[in-house]
Design a protein around this ligand. Structure first.
Ligand SMILES: O=C([O-])CC(=O)C(=O)O
Ligand SMILES: [Mg+2]
Length: 218
């Protein structure tokens, strides 16, 4: 067996744990209450898509939204990690999109059902290259942006997160053991909007990384 390299964490088949409503301005734009505790959901590793492949609109959705998010890649596993030690468990970062079938999510929300079909479908988690920890010395203060066909839609700073990265690692690991290669999506700032087939999405973390994806029909 060849040695696994964390710089290709998306091939490892590990967990993708997502935080919802972690920016007050995004919670407000969707008319949701501001959470007092992290809201979590999961995507399977089959959700990953890499540059060069397209984001596919599920056949059952007519309102696919982009959500640009900072992803935290776990380098050292652990259970019940104290907040003070949380950053020692981080190997690096990735720019991520939490693609969301908003029409499906709205139905799930109205019925009090889980968001799986809205959030966990194939290609619902586009990811950039792996960004080693050293390249983002202060992950709590970086700008995330996203353009659709060259028009800026999202532009937010991770300093606006309600729950910090160390807090999230500690909170999650209390009841889900984190493993090397897991990814945590930390929530999206405001500006989410619908994408259409053949749109071109471009996103970045200030001067650290950019990525682009095309949207196609499934
Ligand atoms: O808006 C949602 O669907 C919740 C979410 O994933 C986020 O806030 O990033
Ligand atoms: Mg999200």
């Amino acid at each position: 067996m060849t040695a696994r390299n964390i710089s290709q964490f998306w091939e490892w088949g590990r967990k993708i744990i997502c935080v919802g409503r972690n920016y007050a301005d995004h919670a407000k734009e969707l008319k949701n209450a501001i959470p007092t505790e992290p809201i979590l959901f999961l995507k399977p590793p089959s959700a990953y898509v890499r540059e060069g492949s397209s984001i596919l609109v599920p056949r059952y959705s007519n309102n696919l939204h982009h959500e640009v998010e900072l992803g935290v890649v776990i380098g050292k596993g652990g259970t019940a990690i104290p907040e003070s030690a949380a950053m020692e468990h981080v190997a690096g970062y990735a720019l991520c999109l939490d693609m969301t079938a908003r029409d499906v999510q709205d139905v799930c929300k109205s019925k009090g059902l889980p968001w799986t079909r809205a959030k966990a479908f194939n290609t619902s988690c586009p990811v950039s290259e792996f960004i080693p920890k050293e390249r983002i010395p202060d992950p709590g203060n970086v700008t995330l942006w996203l353009k659709v066909n060259d028009q800026l839609r999202q532009n937010g700073c991770t300093s606006q997160m309600i729950f910090s990265i160390p807090y999230l690692i500690s909170y999650i690991s209390e009841f889900i053991t984190l493993e090397e290669g897991d990814l945590i999506l930390t929530g999206t700032p405001k500006g989410v909007s619908a994408v259409q087939v053949h749109d071109q999405l471009q996103a970045g973390i200030q001067d650290v990384v950019t990525m682009s994806f095309r949207v196609d029909r499934q």
